[in-house]
Design a binder for this molecule. Structure first.
Ligand SMILES: Cc1cc2nc3c(=O)[nH]c(=O)nc-3n(C[C@H](O)[C@H](O)[C@H](O)COP(=O)(O)OP(=O)(O)OC[C@H]3O[C@@H](n4cnc5c(N)ncnc54)[C@H](O)[C@@H]3O)c2cc1C
Length: 415
């Protein structure tokens, strides 16, 4: 069924013709290609494999249900305000794909280009943001450096004259914003299914059949599947899957938490990021204020976090928006981040022929979803990197060609 104004009218008159958005497929004996992980990246990869690269016999294996991972847990921010060319090129191509996603997928993913505003609280930070803005413009990405008076007109409720963290300016990317995270998973699942992909839920990959260094098949909780080509896109569980295939990844798994408040009237119409601590905020279409901060800072596979980090986030929130102290928090949750050593992702072949890796998204992988899917599908289908992701190689960690956006060094808990 194709969603359109006409289909809405038809359903209103003749009753709903709605069917499940995708088939609940059972695994077949063999596939030309298998994508492991039913998050945003895996689903987008399966979709592009079938729709752009013409592979028809494709399966996507998800150990739980579609959307149960980080794709359904993130704070939905999309942007392409990167400094380094490798990241700038890739994330800008992602943002362009977000701009056409709803038409491409025939699904309302609620992409809202409400603007992403990063705040500066010192002269040094203002200089760094001016540099970033110039780099973005040189890459053809939109960026505007704003002074405090301009920001005060947009967000009069911020604490501009805070003694410790005065707001001196900010860098605005108007094309940044948010998208409805689980709609992205559902949209890609539906579109991949329509293109012929078997989406197989409750199917955990437990091991790999590797012969003479080549992939021959996959062991799963629903039996053995023969395939010579597979892509791992399991985010926080990337190292576990790599270990099952017999190699190590330069990745650590950390928890990242986020919170949502009770619903209030429209207040925050950009995404705003505090520049002096771990805090960023946006307002959902239901009215809740959605906010989060940095990772918990220790390795974990628990999809929940600790209270001291929430306290830290709330302190930063109060420093920026003191009125938030009167809001009640509705809930908080966590997700497991695949933190790479330089804070940038990996889209590359693995040491096993026929097995490919998509990982290292840290806490910024939602905004990458469409480009990650496209580039990973390109790699799987053609066995060569997509030009937009050519720098995201696994061997950069041994060659020393790190893509260290933050300049924090090879320390995953600092990116
Ligand atoms: C609190 C929070 C806030 C965030 N905010 C943002 C944000 O604002 N903007 C942004 O860009 N990014 C954000 N992120 C990061 C972003 O969500 C992730 O980088 C991105 O979703 C990871 O890719 P994915 O969607 O494919 O991952 P996931 O949805 O986690 O998909 C991986 C899937 O693999 C499955 N899997 C694991 N092991 C196996 C196995 N053995 N067999 C089969 N399947 C398996 C999992 O069940 C899971 O469904 C945030 C993350 C969190 C947790």
């Amino acid at each position: 069924m194709r969603y359109s104004a006409l289909s809405l009218v038809r359903d209103a008159i003749f009753g709903s013709s709605e069917r499940p958005a995708w088939r609940d497929a059972a695994p077949r004996d063999s596939y030309d290609a298998v994508v492991i992980g039913g998050g945003g990246h895996g689903l987008a990869t399966a979709y592009f494999l079938a729709s752009n690269y013409g592979l028809r016999n494709v399966a996507l294996l998800e150990k739980s249900w579609i959307g149960s991972g980080n794709v359904g847990r993130n704070t939905t921010i999309i942007r392409s305000n990167y400094l380094l060319p490798a990241n700038g090129r890739f994330y800008e191509s992602a943002l362009k794909l977000w701009e056409t996603m709803e038409r491409d997928l025939n699904f309302n993913t609620m992409v809202s280009q409400r603007g992403f505003l990063g705040l500066c609280h010192s002269e040094a930070q203002l200089n760094a943001f001016a540099r970033r803005g110039n780099a973005m413009r040189l890459m053809g990405v939109d960026a505007e450096l704003l002074n405090a008076a301009q920001i005060r007109r947009m967000h009069p409720y911020l604490d501009f004259d805070n003694a410790r963290f005065p707001i001196l300016g900010g860098l605005l990317q108007r094309r940044g914003g948010t998208a409805r995270h689980d709609a992205v998973a559902w949209g890609y699942a539906r579109a991949a299914d329509r293109a012929g992909v078997d989406i197989i839920q409750n199917c955990e990959v437990t091991g790999f059949d590797i012969r003479d260094g080549r992939l021959a098949g996959i062991h799963s909780s629903r039996g053995f599947i023969k395939t010579a080509k597979a892509g791992i896109a399991v985010a926080g569980r990337s190292s576990i899957l790599a270990e099952r295939a017999g190699f190590r990844l330069p990745i650590e798994s950390h928890v990242l938490q986020a919170c949502v408040s009770e619903a209030i009237k429209p207040l925050v119409d950009n995404v705003i990021s505090f520049g002096a601590g771990h805090f960023y905020i946006s307002q959902s279409d239901k009215g809740g204020l959605v906010f989060g901060g940095g990772i918990d800072g220790y390795n974990s596979y628990a999809a929940r976090g600790n209270l001291p980090v929430i306290e830290d986030v709330c302190e930063a929130a109060m420093a920026l928006m003191p009125m938030l102290g009167r809001l009640r928090m509705l809930r908080n949750w966590g997700g497991i981040m695949d933190m790479s050593m330089d804070g940038s992702p990996i889209i590359d072949r693995s040491p096993i022929d026929g097995l490919y890796v998509n990982a290292g998204w840290c806490y910024g992988g939602f905004k990458a979803t469409p480009a990650s899917g496209l580039c990973f599908a390109h790699l799987l289908a053609r066995d060569e990197p997509h030009p937009d992701a050519a720098a995201f190689r696994l061997d950069r960690f041994t060659r020393g060609h790190l893509i260290d956006e933050k300049g924090a060094g090879a320390q995953p808990n600092l990116h």
